[in-house]
Design a protein around this ligand. Structure first.
Ligand SMILES: *Cc1c(COP(=O)(O)O)cnc(C)c1O
Length: 354
């Protein structure tokens, strides 16, 4: 149990209109901060006015990239109350990322307590319009004031929040994806299964190349054989081939998405067959060529599900499902957002009330 000290701002900001929110542009009035050192463990849990943070120029995170993060949303439901979707999964994944990067873990009951106390404090910032939410960004970084390369003795954990607009303000439009055959995002044994900032830094070049060619995201192939499908940008990926769902198995180089896991559970509960297995780009190419690829979509917290309308591979472009959102993709979107916004029952026990 954390002893969280709360210092309220004396200068609350004016809240932006729901119509201008976008993603990650505005921040709430407060932030949660907690420090770690080897002698005292995690200490000084506090909610303080949102402000710039000060770092020593030698701080570990600035030189050696010791940083991990999480992303989840707080949703306002019809009765005005606020709820979270599977936050325990995020806090467990934060620890799994921490373990890989030799950053200190936080007991899940403590990080969950911090998250709930912080959202409670910022409750008024959870927007009201259809499809909007308060995006929560917990992050943890190594903060030793020392250039030696060694495991971390000091660390900082912060949670910030950003009111965010509806991802699909203009309707769900299928995206164009480029299969990347040059750069790789991660390899087994590396940090692919963690949510670390470095994975994103390594992804930027391919994303830029794809954008120059008019594609919104990159579909990664595995780093060893350059053959097996991994994931799309910051989303996991699923395909409906011949009536069955296929998604890459969690091999160590893929991020274990909570939306991915939730989609699999929803699909199985509705009687679909879901295969978590290796899926080669050749198998996918063949399914696209012979018409057995019926739907393709990405899964992630930001978009929930994002239908894929076009796939580019080796200079050939394939159209998926006539560039329309498919039946299964739509069902997953409706089910997950229905549970998140409290419009349908939650038979899985995924919701945590604030
Ligand atoms: C966060 C993330 C995802 C999606 O995870 P969710 O828990 O569903 O939001 C997928 N891939 C990458 C690389 C990510 O960073």
């Amino acid at each position: 149990m954390l002893d969280i000290k709360i210092t309220k701002t004396t200068a609350p900001k004016e809240k932006p209109a729901d119509s201008v929110l976008g993603f990650g542009k505005y921040f709430t009035d407060h932030m949660f901060v907690m420090d770690y050192d080897k002698q005292n463990g995690w200490h000084d849990a506090r909610i303080i006015p949102f402000a710039n943070i000060s770092l020593h120029p030698a701080s570990t995170v600035l030189h050696y990239g010791s940083e991990i993060f999480e992303g989840l949303k707080a949703y306002r439901i019809a009765d005005g109350s606020v709820q979270l979707f599977r936050p325990i999964e995020n806090m467990k994944r934060l620890n799994s990322s921490a373990e890989r990067l030799c950053l200190p873990e936080i007991p899940v009951e403590d990080s969950l307590q911090a998250l709930l106390a912080f959202v409670k404090c910022e409750e008024d910032w959870v927007p009201h319009s259809e499809g909007t939410s308060l995006y929560l960004r917990p992050f943890l970084f190594g903060n030793d004031e020392h250039l030696g390369v060694h495991s971390v003795n000091h660390a900082t954990f912060i949670i910030i929040a950003s009111p965010s607009g509806s991802y699909y303000a203009e309707g769900i439009n299928p995206v164009k994806i480029m299969i990347e055959s040059e750069d790789v995002r991660a390899v087994r044994g590396g940090t692919g299964y963690t949510k670390c900032g470095g994975n994103y830094a390594a992804s930027n070049r391919a994303a830029e190349h794809a954008a120059q060619k008019g594609y919104s995201q990159v579909l990664w192939l595995d780093g060893v054989h350059r053959k097996y499908i991994e994931e799309v940008g910051a989303m996991n990926v699923m395909f409906k081939i011949n009536g069955e769902i296929v998604t890459p198995m969690l091999s160590g180089s893929i991020l274990p998405g909570i939306t991915r896991k939730s989609c699999i559970e929803v699909l199985r509960s509705k009687g679909y067959t879901v295969h978590e297995r290796l899926l080669s780009v050749d198998e996918l190419k063949e399914a696209m060529a012979n018409g057995t690829l019926e739907e393709a979509w990405g899964t992630g917290t930001a978009a929930v599900v994002s239908p894929i309308g076009k796939l580019m591979y080796e200079d050939q472009e394939y159209v998926v499902n006539g560039e329309k959102i498919g039946e299964v993709t739509q069902m997953l979107y409706d089910t997950l957002t229905g549970i998140q916004f409290g419009k349908i029952a939650d038979p899985f026990g995924w919701i945590v009330k604030v």
